[in-house]
Design a protein around this ligand. Sequence first.
Ligand SMILES: Cc1cc2nc3c(=O)[nH]c(=O)nc-3n(C[C@H](O)[C@H](O)[C@H](O)COP(=O)(O)OP(=O)(O)OC[C@H]3O[C@@H](n4cnc5c(N)ncnc54)[C@H](O)[C@@H]3O)c2cc1C
Length: 427
Amino acid sequence: MASVIVVGGGLAGLAATMSLARRGHAVTLLEARPRLGGRASSFTDPATGTLVDACQHVSMGCCTALHGLCETLGIRGLLEPQKRLWFRTPDGRESVFAADPWPAPFHLGRALLGAHYLTAPEKLRIAYGMARLVLESPDADPPLEKWLRKHHQTQRTIDRFWSVVLVSALNETVANAGLKYARKVFVDGFLRSRDGHTVHVPSVPLGRFYGDELRDWMLRHGVVTRLNCGVREVRSGGVTLRDGEVLHAETVILAVPFERVLDLLPQAIRELPFFSRIGDLTPSPITSVHLWLDREILNHPHAVLVDSLGHWVFTRGEVSPGRFYLQVVVSASRELKSLGRDEIQTRIVEDLKRLYPAMREARVLQAKVVTEHTASYSVVPGVDALRPTQRTPIPGLILAGDYTQTGWPATMEGAVRSGQLAADALT
Ligand SMILES: Cc1cc2nc3c(=O)[nH]c(=O)nc-3n(C[C@H](O)[C@H](O)[C@H](O)COP(=O)(O)OP(=O)(O)OC[C@H]3O[C@@H](n4cnc5c(N)ncnc54)[C@H](O)[C@@H]3O)c2cc1C
């Protein structure tokens, strides 16, 4: 069996490591940071000493590879399926989105009909748009907004329906995204199966996912994990660490984020068109606003926010005596780029006051604004032409990461699939 070095301990690197270790390969996993999980992980809040997610992550029922990986580790129970989603508008009204016990795609029909923020003609328009979406080729990737307008979608249906679902799912605006992955979200999530749409929210901070169960699994399968172990250069046949140490292996799987890949490759390799195209992927940011309040303001564990600056709000309830934690997520948050953290916090708090009357009385005890500027690559029209396969033209060098060709947008599911495809490319 081959010796393999996996560079990067995010979900892609972990999935590659687990797939290969299961098949008996000798795997060494190198991670630059002191923790595993990459973008899907947590930090310790110094005020309370508790783990807080840099940004709340959710998955959907259609994320079968991610859920399979959690199953393998025995931590599937940490992902809680949400039987209901609450959609809230600034007038304080809420619609509950829940499936009926009917076969797909009819299981969500009544939920759409019940949306208080859409008129009956708008619902008809949306149903027509969905029907046209299904008829499109899965590979067609024209500009999404143009496609929606061509199929009779108005600014209101775009703002109050298509954007509400897609901006969070794709981390891109309807104005910038292509059709292909928008279609995938609706077909895989809403139309193909009864459970695809079910949102799964971790019941614990993400850092918990990389705890005892993962450590035990790695030990049992002979994986050598080295944290605080940044790689400076990757070649066919090995890597050079930042401290100058050289490690050899028959195969290297490079599982770092897209914006780091080219820096780690020797010039002659990164100039090959196969690799250089990665440099044309563009980033899309996500901002999360963490608030610790003196009271609970939500009446549900989460809400999807319509006509608001934030897209989702999640509460974890009373995390320590008298301190209630909630997080507001703003996807594709480019419009916040020119604002300082205080201004972003102020705008989100104002937004919450409009949405939740209890917020008007609440005191903010602590706040933190986190913007991940390269949260994901942007799913612009035709983006797949820039995404490399896992197998590369360089013998002994394989790529993994959510940005590689997986058929998925930048998600935990895409990352896990990329790792598994990378392992397949080796074997
Ligand atoms: C704010 C935010 C919110 C998100 N929300 C969701 C969500 O709700 N649902 C969802 O499915 N997805 C979400 N995502 C996307 C998801 O987090 C990513 O798609 C996924 O985690 C990417 O995994 P990866 O392994 O490809 O990359 P990463 O997680 O980036 O892992 C790469 C790893 O490589 C390491 N590394 C980098 N350079 C080196 C080096 N030189 N040497 C050694 N190691 C190195 C990094 O430290 C990192 O651990 C979100 C992302 C962000 C940023």
